[in-house]
Design a protein around this ligand. Structure first.
Ligand code: 6CS
Length: 280
């Protein structure tokens, strides 16, 4: 093909991409149907989200999202791994169409994105040395002991809970992923690694390391729930997602998807976006 024709083709493709990105929010659902997939952000933190070596995306969040999107006429999901702190900026920059990663609903996040109704709920946990030698049961215990360093996801809830409890910034170590956190704990570079209970249990169980133990739930830390998060402006897509999510909850299929991962359907169905975004 002549260079001139290639340039025309490239210009046309760029125009399509530009028009799609400017499409009115109400057409976002139509745009995703035509695209054939929804681009989701995940963290690869089982059992919330998981990507196998051959690229298969699973975990409770993507499995629920895949089923809901399928019922909306969007055939599949394509996942990108992201740090929690980068998920909302990525959504706002249109790098993702949704976040289905266990991004817990909290007032400050509810102000930045539009959430679906609740999907995955969990308490917080600590992984630490067997015997809990520094007797750490809460984020306040960590703040009170100047010798303790905590590892937590960057931009994540556990990082925020530690800082809010008064742990100085230089004792809150950003950990990129579960395996790194485990290694840092085993090497003594951190004294405690914090994630939600199901994530910590999955990691420590898989590690089969008798020198580690889990403290759960963390005393004084709330039970959080996530929802699928959408960009402000995509409320119509969020509303359509909620209709199908409610159908799954009503039929019992929602429980069939998430409970094998250890999540409680009743916990998600006992609360609401309104309550969680109000910090209740
Ligand atoms: O929403 C969050 O910030 C937290 N959610 C999960 C599923 N893991 C850690 C993260 O900090």
């Amino acid at each position: 093909m002549q260079i001139a024709n290639w340039m025309k083709l490239a210009a046309g493709a760029a125009m399509v991409a530009l028009l799609a990105s400017q499409a009115p929010a109400a057409d976002k659902l139509e745009q995703l149907k035509e695209q054939g997939f929804a681009r989701i952000a995940i963290a690869n933190e089982p059992p919330f989200t998981s990507v196998t070596a051959d690229g298969k995306v699973s975990g409770a969040g993507p499995d629920v999202a895949r089923e809901v999107f399928k019922r909306l006429g969007i055939n599949d999901v394509v996942a990108s791994i992201s740090e929690y702190g980068a998920m909302i900026p990525g959504l706002q920059a249109r790098r993702f169409d949704a976040v289905t990663a266990g991004l817990f609903m909290k007032p400050e996040r509810c102000a930045a994105v539009v959430y679906s109704e609740p999907v995955l709920c969990d308490a917080e946990a600590f992984a630490l040395k067997k015997g809990n030698p520094k007797n750490l049961k809460s984020f306040q215990d960590i703040a009170a002991n100047p010798d303790v360093k905590i590892g937590a996801p960057g931009g994540g809830t556990e990082e925020k809970l530690a800082l809010e409890a008064g742990v100085p910034r230089d004792r809150v170590i950003v950990v990129p992923d579960g395996q790194s956190g485990l290694k840092m704990l085993q090497d003594g570079r951190i004294d405690v690694y914090s994630l939600p209970v199901l994530s910590i249990n999955a990691l420590v169980t898989q590690a089969k390391d008798p020198s580690l133990e889990v403290v759960a739930p963390v005393v004084g830390a709330p039970v959080y729930c996530d929802g699928a998060a959408f960009r402000k402006g995509d409320e119509a897509l969020r509303d359509a997602f909620d209709v199908k999510l409610a159908e799954l909850k009503k039929s019992g299929e929602f429980a069939k998807i998430i409970e094998p991962y250890g999540f409680s359907a009743a916990a998600a169905m006992s609360t609401s976006r309104e309550k969680l975004c109000a910090g209740k």
